[in-house]
Design a protein around this ligand. Structure first.
Ligand SMILES: [Zn+2]
Length: 201
């Protein structure tokens, strides 16, 4: 879909191609779906817009609702979820990228969120323990998961975690209590904390 954009830097109008029903994970993973260069002034712009990512093989639908938009701004003709689907809502381009990466790699986003919480709690000298959003999954292979990390001194770095730890997190989430609800959910650190709290009560 072509949209006309006003450059926020110089005001020039230009055409920008959007993908409201996103079929190509690569465009999310490298964020090119949301990047544009103004043809007049050369400004590099990030232009998030509401869109839906569907991967039938991974049985996942992710809805991206950027700040300033709501559910009514999502594209018509969105895929209908089948039973057993993971349904997720995200609100920033970086969370959209992270969720897409997690599901493309066949990982469990609840286990990733739990792993982030534990990593931060175990490193209070490096991280602000009250802010779990300082870790974002960057990549994953058989040996390790790497995270983009923001330390409390403002420095960012890449943090590697052995994938065995991820497997331990998965084992923590086997209670039916953590099953998919069948509704779209925001699965972040708060979701994990809330579900553990309910489990204990
Ligand atoms: Zn411009």
């Amino acid at each position: 879909m072509k949209e006309t954009i006003d450059c926020p830097k110089c005001g020039a109008e230009f055409e920008f191609e959007t993908f409201p029903l996103m079929e190509y994970p690569e465009k999310i993973l490298d964020l090119t779906a949301f990047r544009a260069t103004c043809p007049s002034c050369g400004a590099e712009l990030m232009l998030p817009y509401p869109c839906v990512y569907h991967n039938p093989a991974r049985r996942v639908i992710i809805r991206f609702i950027p700040r300033g938009f709501d559910l009514s701004d999502l594209p018509a003709g969105a895929p209908v979820p089948l039973s057993g689907y993971s349904l997720r809502d995200v609100y920033s381009a970086h969370s959209f990228r992270e969720k897409t990466l997690i599901f493309e790699r066949g990982l469990d986003d609840r286990a990733i969120e739990l792993l982030k919480i534990l990593t931060i709690q175990q490193n209070p000298e490096r991280f602000d323990v009250k802010d779990p959003d300082v870790l974002l999954l960057a990549d994953a292979d058989e040996e390790a998961l790497s995270f983009f990390a923001l330390a409390k001194d403002g420095n960012d770095f890449v943090l590697k975690t052995p994938s065995g730890l991820y497997d331990q997190m998965c084992a923590e989430l086997t209670s039916p209590h953590f099953d998919e609800s069948g509704d779209f959910e925001t699965v972040d650190s708060q979701w994990v904390l809330d579900h553990f709290r309910l489990l204990e009560s």
